[in-house]
Structure formats: C-alpha cells, structure tokens
Write a protein that binds this ligand. Structure first.
Ligand code: FAD
Length: 420
C-alpha cells in the first residue's frame, strides 16, 4: 500500500482531472492524477470555453498560454437553414463580461493544462497508463485500486491511499459504475452528431460562432478554433452537424463517422457567407457521437469518494457547457477541501452545492438550450423562409431565451459580475 493520507487521488487526467490538480495545487493541497491512457490523446476537434470557466483558468495563471493558442469570439450568430439571419448575441467580453469566451482546439487546451500540471505538481504526480479499478472509503482514509499497463505483461495492480478519491474519469466512469451498478444506459435524445475540423476561409468576420437550422432537417454549429493555419489567412473550423434520426451507436469519443451518412441533409446549404457542404466535404476527419445524457444522480459523494465532470453530470452538448461545468466543479471542490478540516464534510458540501446546479444545466440542455431560439423560429415559420422575423418572434423573446440559459449555466453578465 503506497500513498500519503492527506493526498487527493484524482482518477482521470482529462479537462476536469487536470484542472482539479491545478486548483488544489494553487491552494496548497497535495494531489496526484492517474490517467488510464498510456500517453495523452485528446480528440482532434475544437471546444468552447464559456466565461465562467475562463475566469477559473485565468485565475490559475493560464491566460497567456490560452490566448497564444485560442480564438476569442465576439458573437454568436443564429440563422435558419435558408441562410436568413435570426439573432446576434455578443459573447464574453463583447457582452460586458470581464472574461472572454474561448474557442480552442482540444489538443491545445489539453497541452496548456498538462504542461501546467506537470511543471507545477511535478511529472511524478501526473501518471499515465494507470487505470482506476475501484475505490473505497476506509474510514480514516480512502483507497484507490489502480491497474498499470505494461507492454506484453499482465497489468500491475497497486493500492494507493489518500484523503479522498475523486472520479474525474469521464462518460465511462468506473467510479460512477461502482457507486451506481444498476444505472441504465445513457438516454438517447433522438439526435446523432458528426463532428470534424476543416481548414477554411474566415466567414462573417472570422470571430463568430455560427448556429444554423433546426430539426427535423438538421443543425450545424461551426466556429474557428485556430487562426493562421496555412500561411494564407485561413482558419481551422470546428463543426458539429446534428441530425434527428433513430439511428445511433454507443458513445465513443473516437468513433469514425462517414460523410455519406449525413451530407445529403446539408447539400443545399450554400449561403453567400458560407458553403456548408464545401466545409463538410473538406474535413480532415469525421467523428460520430450520439446526443445522449444521463439522469442526474441522487448523490455524488459517499464518504471519501466523489465524482466530478462528465462522470458526475454527463449532459447533451448543446450549450457548450460540459467542460465548463467540470471546471466550475473543480473550483468548488478544491475550495472546500482546502478550507475545511474534514474531507468527508468537504465532499458532502461539494455535492450539496454542485449537484443541483449541474442538474439544472442537464435539464435545461435537454429542453431549452441556447439554440432553442432556432427551434422557435423553425416551428413558427413552418420550417419555411420568413418574410419578417418580427412577425414570428419578438426581440424581447429572443433575448429572454438566450439570457435564461446563461443564468442557469452561470455565465450571464448578471451572475458573473453580481450586477442586476
Ligand atoms: C460533440 C460534443 C461537443 C462538445 N463541446 C463542448 C464545448 O464546446 N464546451 C464544453 O464545455 N464542453 C463540450 N463538450 C463536453 C466536454 O467535452 C466534456 O464535458 C468534458 O470533456 C468533460 O471533462 P472530464 O474531465 O469530465 O472528462 P474527459 O475530458 O472525458 O476526461 C476523462 C479522462 O478520464 C480518463 N479515464 C477514463 N476511465 C478512467 C479510469 N478508470 N481510470 C483513470 N482514468 C480514466 C479518460 O481517458 C479521460 O482522459 C462537448 C461534448 C461533445 C460530445
């Protein structure tokens, strides 16, 4: 049995696990990260970081490293599938919030987090190729059983002790399965997604996140996540094409998708500001992922064990919020562990604070995500081109749909600045 009894054992070195390690380090709490994959392998697409999460990453001193790699979008733009403008939402600092929204390639975000974790905690505190098998509350300490892969040989099993074990082990969480062995399958929300990245000319000013269309036809989200990728001013565009269909496969971050399964839906989406089929056909590679979530759990913390990020609250990716909520979890948990004497009490308070807040986001993402604006326009226009947007929906109603989501997710100017 190895380890230190005051050390936080973090199972999973993804966005949540690495951020938690950095947050704990900032507050002087010892921690170790155990990641199952043998070497870093973030999926090759982009991600949006919303201002509530940017704030935490900046306060960790990662601002310069992030700004060197990311794009800071100024607006979110909404169009119907006929290329008609519906709504413009200023985002981040353009919306009067102190912290920007960030669009970044996942590999770049991961590199920033990993470099910081290794340099601050030490390379021996971020271990790859070590998989959590089970975790146990042993009364005065926590135990994690880990298997370390070694090529050609059986894995070595190690028992590590610490103050608590935090399952940051993502959508296929071992700890969640241990705590809830009879939880059902993920809930398919009727929409399948294909995602990819394409080198393309900047569109609509080069700083916009664009959402187009609605179901049953299809929806596209697209935004640049890297600038100047080819010396000719082109950008790397991250896109998600979502289609309503009963056909879907199990969730797997790395599942390869096929253009022919969805391109027909978008074939005539040729707008004066963007050639959508052109972008999709020129993708470097395509991944397929079903839109699933899981019912919020009745509890995350069990004595010295708890869950964080996707392991705790998998949600449909409709509000660019899963990683953001994981990062907000990290701040809450680290603060509680650093300020209290009793780790069990800290985990209980973390559960009380973050579980209801994230459950609201899970439900809101299902029913009324930010792109519900497009649903309203599609339904009220009968999914046809409109003559006048004002006759379908008022500006106030559009604003209310958009702001309501931000309040629930915790990144409205009102919530982040404490202003009314
Ligand atoms: C199509 C799509 C688009 C998305 N876009 C956004 C977006 O724009 N903005 C946003 O905020 N979120 C987005 N998300 C959600 C976001 O990707 C996740 O919420 C986020 O990655 C969760 O971070 P995590 O650390 O909890 O899990 P992960 O990042 O998945 O990390 C979990 C880690 O645990 C490791 N692991 C697994 N099992 C074990 C084990 N037994 N022992 C040790 N390690 C283990 C894994 O290898 C992995 O490295 C999107 C999701 C999808 C599907």
């Amino acid at each position: 049995m190895t380890g230190e009894s005051d050390e936080v054992i973090i199972a999973g070195g993804g966005i949540g696990g690495l951020t938690l390690a950095l947050e704990l380090h900032r507050l002087g709490v010892p921690a170790k990260v155990f990641e199952s994959v043998a070497s870093p392998s973030p999926i090759g697409v982009g991600i949006t970081i919303l201002p509530h999460a940017t704030k935490i990453l900046y306060e960790l001193g990662l601002e310069d490293a992030l700004l060197r790699r990311c794009i800071v979008p100024t607006e979110s733009l909404y169009y119907n599938r006929f290329g008609q403008f519906v709504y413009r939402e200023p985002v981040g600092t353009s919306a009067g919030v102190r912290w920007p929204q960030l669009s970044i390639h996942r590999a770049d975000l991961y590199e920033v987090l990993l470099e910081a974790a290794v340099s601050r905690l030490g390379a021996d505190r971020v271990r790859f190729g070590t998989r959590l098998v089970s975790a146990h509350d042993a009364g005065s300490y926590a135990r994690g059983i880990f298997a370390t892969a070694s090529s050609g040989a059986d894995p070595t099993v190690e028992e590590l002790t610490g103050s608590v074990v935090v399952g940051c082990d993502g959508i296929h969480s071992t700890l969640r399965r241990q705590l809830y062995p009879s939880e059902g399958e993920p809930l398919y929300q009727g929409i399948n997604m294909w995602r990819g990245v394409t080198v393309w000319d900047p569109f609509l000013g080069g700083r916009a996140m664009l959402r187009v269309g609605w179901y049953p036809t299809g929806k596209l989200t697209i935004y640049p996540c890297r600038d100047g990728v080819d010396g000719q001013g082109r950008q790397l565009m991250n896109w998600i094409a979502a289609v309503e269909t009963p056909r879907h496969l199990d969730r797997d971050w790395g599942r390869q998708g096929r253009l022919e399964d969805f391109i027909d839906i978008f074939a005539d989406w040729k707008f004066d500001f963007l050639d959508v089929p052109g972008v999709l056909e020129s993708a470097e590679s395509i991944l397929e992922f079903p839109m699933v979530d899981q019912e919020p759990l009745p509890g995350w913390s069990f004595g010295r064990l708890t869950l964080l990020g996707d392991a705790a609250h998998p949600m449909v990716p409709r509000g660019s919020n899963g990683a953001g909520q994981a990062i907000v979890d990290c701040r809450a948990l680290a603060d509680l562990l650093a300020t209290g004497d009793d780790p069990v009490e800290a985990l209980r308070s973390y559960d009380e604070l973050r579980r209801p807040a994230t459950a609201n986001v899970v439900y809101r993402n299902r029913a009324n995500p930010p792109d519900a604006i497009l649903r309203e326009v599609c339904v009220r226009s009968g999914d046809r081109p409109f003559d006048s947007l004002d006759s379908l929906i008022s500006g106030e109603e559009l604003d209310a749909l958009c702001e309501g989501y931000k309040d629930v997710a915790g990144y409205s100017a009102k919530v982040l600045t404490g202003r009314d």
